[in-house]
Design a protein around this ligand. Structure first.
Ligand code: AKG
Length: 343
């Protein structure tokens, strides 16, 4: 089934039919703007209260922000990107061994988003890995390229620490105890998607990934420093391009933080577009509640006499629902709105 991958074929001159979006659902690249106010947070700033305030504002208004001076060596970020690219340049036979379209497989090379559910494909291949606890998954990870396991495991460890540190700050920014979110989410899983978007002959007609929110708690995204492609939705109708910034991470809030904050913080709608000139890569690391964690709005964030915005559910229930759908549907969290009546 490896023939479904994009990265096994040499450069294409024509976009195959199955990737062409209907007229009303195209990226309209000419209407996308750049926004100089995209929140940029310096984690090394000595004024911690100010940083927490900036994080709170970014989560409330945008649902995402970029961080700099995050403490992870630039060299490790470069190695992560380089080994990812090397992986996608392996001969087709090597990649076909890992190909799967089974969404719950813990280590798989796949394409598009969920080919079992989609009517139109996305211009993306991705390597999906479970990463925590590392010792459990590492033996099954690709051992070609040779340095893959070493580089990617070092990267995963560092990103986990950063993610947990950010969750502490997000908790504080909501007026909760620093460890509230970490405790509420249980021993979190960590997944990674190494995304590869080949050069595309007709980028106006398709997506790398269409508009979606992330089903997890927090996403730490490393963008290709040289090629733009990530866009986020601002104010419900304006797509803004997030210019790549060397040695920075983009932090996306996922659906679970929207639920836990009782809707105060936004799980950001975002998408990846492709381009005719260059291939692009990104590495998304997802912190995910443990499957049995019961997600519900923090009691302190539900007004007295108000019903919580979302009902309680286990993360396992949510995750299954998310992957049973295609990305082209309403926000998955809408299916978990509370039906409780106000008193
Ligand atoms: O490639 C990007 O910039 C976005 C990736 C993404 O949204 C994802 O992996 O869920």
């Amino acid at each position: 089934m490896g023939s479904q991958l994009l990265s096994t074929v040499e450069r294409r001159e024509v976009l195959p039919e199955c990737y062409i979006r209907p007229e009303f659902d195209r990226p309209r690249l000419a209407e996308v703007t750049t926004d100089s106010d995209v929140p940029l947070i310096d984690l090394a700033s000595p004024d911690k209260q100010r940083v927490i305030g900036q994080i709170g504002l970014a989560c409330r208004t945008y649902g995402f922000f970029q961080v700099i001076n995050h403490g992870i060596e630039e060299e490790l970020l470069e190695k992560m990107m380089a080994v990812g690219l090397e992986f996608f340049r392996l001969p087709p036979e090597e990649k076909e061994k890992l190909y799967s379209d089974e969404p719950f497989k813990k280590i798989r090379l796949s394409t598009s988003f969920n080919v079992r559910k989609e009517t139109v494909r996305n211009w993306r291949d991705y390597l999906r890995l479970h990463c925590h606890p590392l010792e459990e998954f590492l033996p099954e990870w690709p051992s070609n390229p040779e340095s893959f396991k070493e580089v990617v495991s070092a990267y995963c460890r560092e990103v986990r620490l950063l993610g947990l540190r950010l969750l502490g700050m997000i908790s504080l920014s909501l007026g909760l105890e620093e460890d509230y979110i970490e405790k509420a989410l249980g021993e979190q899983e960590q997944h990674m998607a190494v995304n590869y978007y080949p050069q595309c002959p007709e980028p106006d007609l398709t997506y790398g990934l269409p508009k979606h929110t992330d089903p997890n708690a927090l996403t730490v995204l490393l963008q290709d420093p040289n090629v733009a492609g990530l866009q986020v939705l601002k104010g419900g109708d304006q797509w803004i391009a997030v210019s790549p910034r060397r040695n920075a991470f983009v932090i996306n809030l996922g659906d679970q933080l929207q639920a836990l904050s009782n809707g105060a913080y936004k799980s950001v709608w975002h998408r990846a577009v492709v381009n005719a000139a260059q291939e692009r890569m990104s590495v998304a690391s997802f912190l995910c509640p443990c499957n049995s964690a019961v997600i519900s709005p923090a009691a302190a964030l539900v007004g007295e006499g108000d019903a919580p915005v979302y009902r309680s559910y286990t993360y396992e229930e949510y995750y299954k629902k998310f992957w049973s759908r295609s990305l082209d549907q309403e926000h998955c969290l809408e299916l978990f709105r509370s039906t409780q009546q106000l008193q």
